[in-house]
Design a protein around this ligand. Structure first.
Ligand SMILES: [Ca+2]
Length: 74
């Protein structure tokens, strides 16, 4: 399951920076059928960016997914 999550993270990280940027988060939400305004995406991103470096590490992303979709990450 951990491996699967890492694979998903890499698929989301389209520019291969090793982090998820705000535009990448927006793209993920769209593929999930969630359409949010720029401001809403920004606020989700800000809430998930725990250390405030303006990008999401895999740990930060995992916490976001766990909170947003309980049960999808084991
Ligand atoms: Ca961060």
């Amino acid at each position: 399951m951990k491996m699967k999550f890492q694979a998903a993270f890499k698929a989301i990280d389209t520019n291969k920076s090793g982090f998820i940027e705000c535009n990448e988060l927006e793209a993920v939400l769209k593929t999930l059928g969630v359409t949010l305004s720029q401001e809403q995406v920004r606020s989700v991103f800000k809430a998930a960016d725990l250390n405030g470096d303006d990008k999401l590490s895999i740990e930060e992303y995992e916490k976001l997914v766990r909170k947003a979709m309980p049960g999808t990450v084991k």
